[in-house]
Write a protein that binds this ligand. Structure first.
Ligand code: HEC
Length: 152
């Protein structure tokens, strides 16, 4: 394949992955496990940079850069796992996930928009604007959890 053909094939593969469900066949139990894994990894890469933004740990630009890149990918992953077929499987998702789907979708969109903004600021490397944007992302995590995740 020529270079151009390879990059075209890649673009097609990526847009297909972007548009459609990753696997129409996945069992509901598997979907729940996968969405929880994506959430857990969001926590793994987000909480350390939140701690930096809050001044609880020293700010480290290279860690922020890596974690934000990971978060940008992870932020897109959990949502296709909240299918109606998963409704009766024990998880921390509240019933509202399946009844108030428009609001759940809105919370996803707000969150991914905040993460996209964080990615843009991170590319510019301006710590003074990155810190408050990390806290804006945190707010969007929490405001979704308030309604859609069972309290522990
Ligand atoms: C649009 C809603 C929404 C947003 C935004 C969101 N979450 Fe969640 N989160 C959920 C729901 C719903 C669950 C419960 C999922 C389940 O049990 O299947 C959850 C579960 C979790 C869990 C527990 C995962 C496990 O081990 O089972 C962690 C950790 C978590 N979220 C972290 C985060 C972090 C960090 C962010 C932001 C960077 C975030 N979430 C953003 C809805 C959201």
């Amino acid at each position: 394949m020529t270079r151009r053909k390879v990059s075209m094939a890649l673009a097609v593969a990526l847009s297909a992955a972007w548009a459609g469900p990753v696997s129409a066949q996945a069992r509901p139990e598997v979907l729940v496990k996968q969405r929880q894994a994506a959430m857990a990894l969001q926590g793994k890469y987000f909480y350390p940079i939140r701690s930096m933004a809050q001044g609880k740990t020293p700010y480290d630009a290279s860690t922020v850069m890596r974690n934000v890149v990971y978060l940008d990918a992870l932020a897109r992953m959990p949502w296709d796992g909240f299918t109606p077929a998963t409704r009766d499987i024990k998880s921390q998702a509240t019933p509202a996930v399946f009844t108030d789907t428009a609001k759940f979708r809105e919370a996803q969109d707000r969150f991914t928009a905040e993460v996209t903004r964080l990615t843009e600021l991170m590319r510019k490397g301006d710590e003074a604007s990155i810190r408050p944007q990390i806290m804006a992302v945190d707010k969007s995590c929490n405001s979704c959890h308030d309604t859609f995740r069972e309290r522990q």
